[in-house]
Design a protein around this ligand. Structure first.
Ligand SMILES: Cc1cc2nc3c(=O)[nH]c(=O)nc-3n(C[C@H](O)[C@H](O)[C@H](O)COP(=O)(O)OP(=O)(O)OC[C@H]3O[C@@H](n4cnc5c(N)ncnc54)[C@H](O)[C@@H]3O)c2cc1C
Length: 392
């Protein structure tokens, strides 16, 4: 079945300009200091999350009948980018609304949608997403966490690591194995919504060098019993459902990075235009200006690719997978260069907490590794876009 390719506007239509303005106004009231303070105090950005929810910004991609805005991932990417551009890059946006709400909206039962989506849209509910395991990172087919039928219930056993913001989540969307790996190496995976306080769940923090209010956890499941109604989608056919959420996660990550890059370049250019050490602004020296200019070009390309990926995803195009991976790849590169150029232009102040750049180093670096590593993206592109042999 063919999918009509969506027309991608080359400039923002008025409603997107307005959406950006709404997000920017909220983000600017909080700003990067709030982001850093919340992260370092071990807090959660609850008041900001609530405000975003009240303004209808957390549910832009959730169906109107469940309290959302009825739009798509393209709008959620705009919200994510614009908030990050104010210095408030919330990874949470690429997880709870992008991954969990999307999977539940597309594959959840009527009861699951009614139970979870209104809260996700309003911001009252936050959901974490748990797929990665110590022995099965890039290869999700090899996950060992099992879900076993017991009467009408399922019982989960196993462990996950690097699960973000578990301390701020009422529920976790867990990927588990419900059958053996087939002879093509494909796992029989199923998804379950598990309440965070279910008996048998353990969570211990993993210290990481990232300044972010989303903390990381090892999760253990020791005979965690969930009702049959917790299964999302079809038993053993979780891969399709999974990818309906993983592509938005990549698009959301790209959008987050594009916003961080804009924030950094804005700071870098302003500083380079004002700071004088030889009687002219340092930005008059091409060694300072060119890295900023180059990064700007890369960021604009990454923004276009991100918008294209989101439009393809929202249109249900099979090209969305490749486009989402490429958008995340390019955005991670571009944001890395943008942050680095902005820090370099700041000289010693580039390392100062006060200037709000070095605080983003860990977060920006993360996205060359997660949610999918750049090597795995290149593997995918080499194989599926260029037709090269599978390399692993
Ligand atoms: C801060 C943070 C937040 C995260 N949040 C979540 C979350 O909320 N939920 C969740 O489930 N997971 C989360 N993750 C996990 C993240 O998605 C994984 O770390 C990532 O997918 C890589 O898996 P891995 O760490 O096991 O690396 P591995 O799979 O062990 O890979 C290690 C290295 O080897 C490379 N490599 C592996 N296989 C190949 C190959 N075939 N060809 C070439 N190179 C290869 C990889 O690219 C990587 O560079 C998070 C991670 C971090 C650090």
């Amino acid at each position: 079945m063919g999918v009509t390719a969506p027309a991608l506007p080359l400039v923002d239509p008025p409603e997107v300009v307005a959406l950006r303005g709404t997000v920017r106004a909220i983000g600017a009231r909080y700003g990067h200091d709030y982001f850093v303070r919340t992260a370092r105090e071990g807090g959660n950005p609850r008041e900001l999350w609530r405000e975003l929810g009240e303004a209808g910004l957390l549910g832009v991609n959730i169906a109107e009948e469940h309290g959302g805005g009825g739009a798509g991932i393209a709008d959620l990417a705009v919200v994510t980018e614009e908030l990050a551009a104010t210095g408030v890059p919330l990874m949470l946006l690429a997880l709870s609304p992008a991954v969990c709400a999307t999977i539940l909206g597309k594959h959840g039962t009527g009861a699951q949608r009614g139970r979870w989506l209104p809260g996700l849209a309003s911001g009252e509910t936050v959901m974490a997403f748990a797929i990665t395991e110590p022995d099965a990172g890039s290869n999700a087919h090899r996950i060992r966490t099992t879900a076993t039928r017991d009467g009408d219930d399922w019982v989960l056993d196993g462990s996950k690591y690097y699960v973000s913001h578990v301390d701020n989540a009422q529920a976790i969307l867990v990927v588990a194995r419900t059958g053996e790996v087939d002879d093509r190496g494909r796992g029989s995976l199923s998804l379950f919504v598990v309440e965070s306080d279910a008996p048998g769940i353990g969570a211990s923090p993993i210290p990481v060098e990232i300044t972010s209010p989303e903390r990381q956890f090892v999760l253990t499941f020791d005979g965690v019993r969930v009702p049959g109604s917790a299964l999302v989608g079809e038993e053993g056919k979780g891969l399709g459902a999974l990818f309906s959420g993983l592509n938005p996660e990549r698009i959301g990550s790209a959008a987050l990075l594009n916003g961080i890059a804009r924030y950094a370049l804005d700071k870098g250019a302003r500083y380079a235009g004002e700071r004088e050490v030889w009687g002219v602004p340092i930005g008059a020296h091409q060694a300072v200006a060119h890295p900023l200019a180059k990064a700007h070009v890369e960021v604009e390309a990454a923004r276009l690719l991100t918008a294209r990926a989101a439009a393809l995803y929202d249109a249900g195009s099979p090209e969305a997978g490749g486009a989402s991976s490429m958008a995340k790849y390019l955005a991670a590169e571009a944001a890395g260069h943008a942050l680095d150029a902005a820090m370099q232009a700041h000289g010693g102040n580039g390392m100062a907490t006060e200037y709000g750049l070095a605080t983003l180093s860990g977060l920006v670096r993360l996205f060359r590794i997660a949610p999918v590593s750049e090597e795995m993206v290149l593997n995918h592109i080499a194989q599926h876009e260029l037709g090269l042999p599978k390399s692993y």
